[in-house]
Design a protein. Structure first.
Length: 367
């Protein structure tokens, strides 16, 4: 057994969501200690808290929204901070819920604009962080159905764990977030899931392992061992026979603090896009094209006007460090150019037949 005095301690942040599971599992299985590390997990109340503590150095690394990392890098809402994405932690597993009456109308064929007109006001919808994945899923979903998210709807930021209470209070018409908050809202009768995030972008990237870039540059061995521990945890999580135990760990008071059965619901349901943590490494590679999609969306919605997207992505996504860690774990590397999806509006991403599509090519809504 490794002498605890010889372990390198890492303070890791997470938000109470099912997809924080790789961090919890790695610690519970002792995968951190096998790598000469000691994970100290710190639950955070919001994504803004994750951002602030990464910037201040209170957290060494964190379970983070893909888009949060790029918002930090570009200084969208905070002073610019050089960031690194070490790996992708999961694909899919998010969704959009509406209040029950609105969900019924939508599922019976009413358009979002018709629902808004019947309400006599714009839809009030929440996501979890201004540059985060949920904001981009929500905006894309709305725009694909003829609703401009910045003009025809009122979109606000609420931490994931507060979504259900906000729905119950009647201050929201719907929200985009991760599980298990949709399952909880449905159990309480305050919202119904109307679309899975994989309908918007099949096998989309979701949470990543993020750190300040100095960790990857100045302590690449530590960063590599951190990736290895979480890769092994992700592989363990993709085995169905391990889901019940993982859910029991996630149900703990210092983690999600809710029944394991509720956490398990979307793991066992045959929904549009199962929650994947590894898929033999195809999930975890920090694909540059995934990052470019987020930068394209930031341009689309007037959040960023930079022209150096490829250079930004090359500095943030730590592909070489990941590849070394994956080989050490015995995981094969995916064929990067096999990464391809057709999004809900028929757009292809990425388009390897030529150059990446222009910002305006995916929607009539451009700035």
């Amino acid at each position: 057994m490794t002498d605890p005095a010889c372990l390198h301690t890492l303070n890791l942040g997470f938000v109470a969501l099912t997809d924080c599971a790789p961090l919890v599992v790695a610690q519970r299985l002792g995968l951190d200690r096998e790598m000469g590390l000691q994970f100290c997990l710190h639950r955070q109340p919001s994504w803004s808290a994750v951002r602030d503590k990464l910037i201040s150095g209170q957290l060494d690394a964190a379970h983070a929204l893909y888009g949060l990392v790029y918002g930090m890098q570009l200084g969208l809402g905070n002073p610019p901070c050089d960031m690194a994405i070490l790996m992708t932690l999961n694909q899919n597993g998010q969704g959009i819920s509406l209040a029950p009456a609105l969900a019924d109308a939508y599922c019976q064929g009413a358009s979002l604009m018709e629902i808004s007109q019947q309400l006599g006001r714009p839809l009030a919808l929440a996501h979890t962080f201004p540059t985060g994945t949920h904001a981009m899923w929500l905006y894309y979903w709305l725009a694909a159905q003829g609703v401009h998210p910045l003009r025809d709807a009122r979109c606000v930021v609420i931490p994931p764990a507060q979504m259900s209470d906000a729905m119950q209070a009647g201050v929201l018409d719907g929200f985009c977030a991760g599980q298990p908050w949709h399952a909880l809202s449905q159990q309480r009768g305050v919202a119904s899931l109307v679309t899975d995030s994989a309908v918007i972008w099949p096998n989309h990237p979701e949470k990543v392992l993020a750190c300040r870039r100095e960790l990857a540059q100045q302590q690449p061995d530590v960063a590599g061992r951190l990736v290895q521990a979480l890769l092994l945890a992700c592989h363990w999580l993709d085995q169905p026979e391990n889901h019940a135990l993982a859910a029991a760990w996630l149900a703990a008071e210092d983690c999600l603090a809710m029944p394991a059965e509720l956490i398990l619901q979307h793991w066992t349901a045959a929904d549009a896009g199962p929650l994947h943590f590894c898929d033999e490494g195809r999930v975890n590679y920090p694909y540059p094209s995934d990052a470019l999609w987020f930068l394209q969306q930031y341009r689309r919605w007037g959040m960023w006007q930079g022209n150096d997207a490829a250079a930004v992505v090359a500095s943030v996504n730590q592909t070489a460090l990941y590849e070394q860690a994956a080989r050490a774990c015995g995981l094969s590397l995916p064929a990067v150019h096999d990464r391809h999806s057709v999004l809900m509006d028929g757009s292809h991403w990425p388009d390897y037949s030529g150059s990446a599509p222009s910002v305006g090519a995916l929607s009539q809504y451009t700035h």
